[in-house]
Structure formats: structure tokens, C-alpha cells
Design a protein around this ligand. Structure first.
Ligand SMILES: NC(=O)c1ccc[n+]([C@@H]2O[C@H](COP(=O)([O-])OP(=O)(O)OC[C@H]3O[C@@H](n4cnc5c(N)ncnc54)[C@H](O)[C@@H]3O)[C@@H](O)[C@H]2O)c1
Length: 313
């Protein structure tokens, strides 16, 4: 297959590009490097069937030669970025998804969009099943991202209904692992960076809010399976093991061997209190479930962060 991967320089999509290349597919990665450095590309360039084009998906996309599949991962993804650049985030969800879907429609390619657990907002149903329609504040500080992704899902279904495009939607829950950007402001990157520096780990609120963390290798395996499935509706991909944030902070301190204290910060407005995927659909349809426990995945992530950040001691 020849696969076009938008956001291909980013964290998850660069792992996805690697998996596709390893199985012999051709990959064209498109990225404007808005939230990634391009460093992930250096590794991918060892494959002769890998091509990179710097491109903003808010502009129409044309790719020479055959396209069999479009994987649409381009989007700001960390709260720090999407709250600072809400218009760019909404435009990437709306115009970027339109352009990626147009590429699939005009080339007859299949299409998969990386949606998010954020479509469930601050959920009133727990754990979250795909049938749950969510509790999203359309004007809150997180709305640029949440509504961009909800629109992206709606547009994806519209292309299927109106044009018969072969579409797929995965709802990704918190994912972590090597190649995350240390400064991206997400909880695992923050904790690991803070612990390696020996500085305090900031837990927002009392730390009793929960998240479920999926190791990136598991996530990529799930996406590859979802690509091959003929199922049009969203599929949750994430690790159903639920952790209190305070316990994640303690685990990071233990695994880094750091003496960092844990301090409390103010809980950001609209921060979801719980988050845990119901992955029954992925289990049944894809025969998929995560294999890597948090302790093991964190140890690999810490080793990666150690290799790319210089500790101050
Ligand atoms: N990591 C997670 O926990 C998580 C959870 C849910 C959903 N997702 C989704 O998965 C996808 C990848 O996330 P990630 O964590 O790897 O983030 P990332 O920031 O590492 O990757 C996103 C990539 O998209 C690129 N990009 C952003 N706007 C663009 C534009 N207009 N044109 C071209 N490229 C653009 C960025 O430069 C970056 O390389 C995103 O769509 C994100 O919303 C991620």
C-alpha cells in the first residue's frame, strides 16, 4: 500500500509511519511542524519508500502517484498549544479534515481519522462507551480542540454517507511513550521532565482525577487493526487501566529515582474528572487490547527522556 499520513512528524503518527514502513508499505508524511520538531523524521528517512513533505493541511492536498490510504493525524494535540492557538486548532480540524477527506475521495483511497476521548468532554458516563454522546462545553477553554474533533468525526461520516468514501474513526485516549515532545505540556511529559530535573512535580487539584494511559506501541497496533476493519463507526482505543493522577506522579518519582516533591497546582477550568475507555468494541471487532502495563511503558519513556534531555544534576 501507499499511505499518506498527515501529522506524520508527530509523536503517534511517526510510530505509525515506522510500523507501515517495516511491513513494506510506502509512506508519504505531510506535516507543517507546528507542534513537532521534525526530529522523528530523521529515523524514518532510512527507508527509501519514505517521503516527507512540509505541508499545512489547512491548504488543499495533492499527492503525486497512487494513494491507497489516508491516515489523518495532523492536529494540535496538547492543551497548552490548543488553548494558545484556538483558531488554528479549529481550522486544522475543519479545513484540514476536509482536505484530507478530499484527497481520499478523489483518489479512491480509504480514510482513517485520529479522533479523541475529548469528544466525551467531562463525561457523565463512566467508563466511556462509543455510544455515549459526551458532555462538551462548546465555548469553554478546551472547546477549540473538542469541537474540532467532533466536527472532524461528523465530516468523516458525511463523506461516507454522501460520497461512499471508505472511512474509519478511532477515538484515542491518553497515549504516551518515546518520541513525545518533553515540553508538550501533557501530564506524562510534565511529570517525567520535572522528575528528571529534580524539580517539584505539579499535580493539579487534589490529584484524585483519573486518566488511563496507553503505551504508544499498543496504540499503533490498534490503529493498524482499525485500518483493516470494515467498521464505519468510532472505535475507542486506549488502556482501560485507570490511574489517579497523584499515583502516576508517585510512580514517576519512584521509577526515576528522583527526590522531587509533589506539589499541588490549581485545577484548570474544564479539566475532565475521570477518563477511562470501554474497549469492548475494539476487543470484539479487532481482537485488540493493550499489552504494556504503565510501569513498563513509563520505564521505557523515562529512558527515552533521559536520552534527549540533559538533567541538571
Ligand atoms: N497523544 C494522545 O494522547 C492523543 C490522544 C487523543 C488523540 N490524539 C490525536 O492523535 C493525533 C496525533 O497526536 P500526537 O499526540 O502524536 O501529537 P503531536 O503534536 O506529536 O502530532 C501532531 C502533528 O500534527 C502536526 N500538525 C498540526 N497542525 C498541522 C497542520 N495544520 N498541518 C500539518 N500538520 C499539522 C504537528 O506539527 C504534529 O507533528 C492528533 O490528531 C491528536 O489529536 C492524541
Amino acid at each position: 500500500m501507499r499511505v499518506v499520513v498527515t501529522g506524520g512528524a508527530g509523536f503517534i503518527a511517526s510510530h505509525l509511519c515506522e510500523a507501515l514502513l517495516r511491513r513494506g508499505d510506502g509512506v508519504v508524511a505531510l506535516d507543517n511542524l507546528a507542534t513537532s520538531t521534525g526530529e522523528n523524521l530523521l529515523f524514518l528517512q532510512q527507508w527509501p519508500q519514505f517521503q516527507f513533505r512540509r505541508h499545512d493541511v489547512r491548504q488543499p492536498i495533492a499527492v503525486e502517484g497512487a494513494t491507497d490510504y489516508v491516515l489523518h493525524f495532523a492536529s494540535p494535540a496538547s492543551p497548552e498549544f490548543f488553548q494558545r492557538r484556538p483558531i488554528e486548532t479549529l481550522e486544522t480540524g475543519a479545513l484540514g479534515t476536509t482536505n484530507a477527506l478530499e484527497l481520499a475521495r478523489t483518489t479512491g483511497a480509504s480514510f482513517l481519522v485520529a479522533s479523541t476521548s475529548e469528544v466525551y468532554g467531562d463525561p457523565q458516563e463512566h467508563p466511556q462507551r462509543e455510544e455515549y454522546h459526551g458532555n462538551v462545553d462548546p465555548i469553554g477553554p478546551r472547546s477549540s480542540y473538542d469541537e474540532a474533533k467532533r466536527f472532524a468525526e461528523a465530516l468523516t461520516m458525511a463523506y461516507r454517507r454522501e460520497y461512499g468514501t471508505d472511512t474509519h474513526i478511532v477515538r484515542i485516549f491518553n497515549t504516551y511513550g518515546p518520541r513525545m515532545t518533553p515540553q508538550d505540556g501533557r501530564v506524562i511529559s510534565n511529570f517525567v521532565t520535572q522528575a528528571l530535573r529534580g524539580g517539584p512535580l505539579t499535580v493539579y487539584g487534589d490529584g484524585s482525577q483519573t486518566r488511563s494511559f496507553c503505551y504508544v506501541g499498543d496504540m499503533v497496533a490498534g490503529v493498524l487493526k482499525a485500518m483493516a476493519a470494515s467498521f464505519p463507526e468510532p472505535i475507542n482505543l486506549g488502556n482501560p487501566e485507570e490511574w489517579r493522577i497523584i499515583d502516576v506522579a508517585k510512580l514517576v518519582v519512584e521509577l526515576t529515582g528522583s527526590r522531587s516533591p509533589i506539589v499541588k497546582g490549581e485545577l484548570p477550568q474544564g479539566d475532565p474528572k475521570v477518563r477511562r475507555p470501554d474497549i469492548s468494541r475494539a476487543r470484539t471487532l479487532l481482537g485488540w487490547e493493550p499489552q504494556v502495563p504503565l510501569r513498563e511503558g513509563l520505564a521505557r519513556t523515562i529512558a527515552y527522556f533521559r536520552s534527549v534531555t540533559a538533567p541538571s544534576t
